[in-house]
Design a protein around this ligand. Sequence first.
Ligand code: BES
Ligand code: ZN
Length: 474
Amino acid sequence: MTEPTRNPEPNPIDPAVEAALASSRAARAEALLEFARIPSVSTQPEHASDMVAAAEWAAARLRGVGATEVEVIRTDLHPIVYGKIHEAPGAPTVVVYCHYDVQPVDPIDLWETAPFVPFLRDRRFVGRGVADDKGQLVMHLAALEAMRAAGRSPAVNLTFVFEGEEEFGSESLFHWIPQNRDRLAADVVVISDTGYFEGNVPAITVALRGIMYAQIDVELSPVDLHSGMYGGSVENPAIALARIVAALKGPDGRVRIPGFYDDVVPLTDADRAEMAALPFDEEAFRVATGVPALVGEAGWTILESRTARPTLDVNGIWGGFQGDGAKTIIPAHAHAKVSTRLVADQSPQKVFGALRDYVSQVAPPGVKVTTTYIHGGEGSLTPTDHPATQAAARAIRAVEGVDPVYIREGGSIPVTAAFDHVLGLPVVLVGFTQPNDNAHAPNEWFDERNFEAGTRVIVRLWDELAALPRGTEG
Ligand code: BES
Ligand code: ZN
């Protein structure tokens, strides 16, 4: 893989804003470190007050850059932060979305430093959330601070929506969006929660996968049974669960649930050619991942299998005796967390129904099996030639000196489809992290060079979007 020659524009952003950015580098880094010190782990109830603290932190910063109507909106769970800078009459309005929640830190013993004592060393930020997604949220705030220092307003109207439930399905925001159409009236949505391609190649994400997350519970009896007294006369729930799980996916990587592939948008030859042209080195990816071999879906490349095709995984499986030594029991119950990654047009609810029916069909007799929906979100697909996508491409080109590649990502940002389907807004996914940044894993990091360049891309993006033809979002 050869790095493309980079040739940025001499003055990609207003020199006064550049001067403000140059003199605020330490302060902007400190802002990220301060934010990342708040342990806003959205899935752990003991962090509920940290969630409020993180939301308040972001709201205070928004007020600091002159945003109006700034509000920390209480929900059934974690607050939504809202605010706007509408100072460009007649110009397009952009909803800016980021999330302030982070993933849990376990396994904690694999962290080389404490996850919530973030630091910047050798141009790398390290700590939980520095990349996913606090770094990117801070970049948006920092871009505005620099513009203010230079006495400028953004050339578009900006409406900010920061949420705290992204890492487990965005339920509160799903309720809030349809009830707040007025507050969200806009021309386009910009989401910064993705990143560059392998090798730190600037990228715009044009597709995300959706998700359907469920739990399978297999119950035999109220308590564990003596395996000598009962073995041979009852079904073993762990074996029953293993049979069910084994039936879900074949060795060819195909999901066996009837109807699973029904609504999958086919990849065209052109889509496949575009993906094949990306600088993706399978062997380098395998080595970096640390696995003995890559296993994709039969008939599809690894890159296609992990970004553009739907799939199914077991996220956790448990039941019975797990201690040292031996214990002769038939476990009372066994459980599995199962999730599917979906592509555009697959419905999480429909896929859940198909999973539930199939599980009851393949479940052996003698145990009680239930399948429960946990959360879901649809995938998304944005046309590469959309004017907003092209505006983002010009901003990247100006600052980074190369055209971005257009990529599909295997991960999910559940609310993307809601902006698209509920509000009818085009979504541009512009993010700046590197693909091997250990998001969700120990020792998460974010390269300060990406932080710096990305902040300038954001500044330029508002200028590029100002020229967006209005009312032609489609
Ligand atoms: N930032 C990620 C989404 C992402 C992952 C984008 C990989 C690009 C590449 C986001 O914070 C995330 O992890 N989302 C969850 C959502 C889920 C829990 C509903 C995910 O994909 O697992
Ligand atoms: Zn994220």
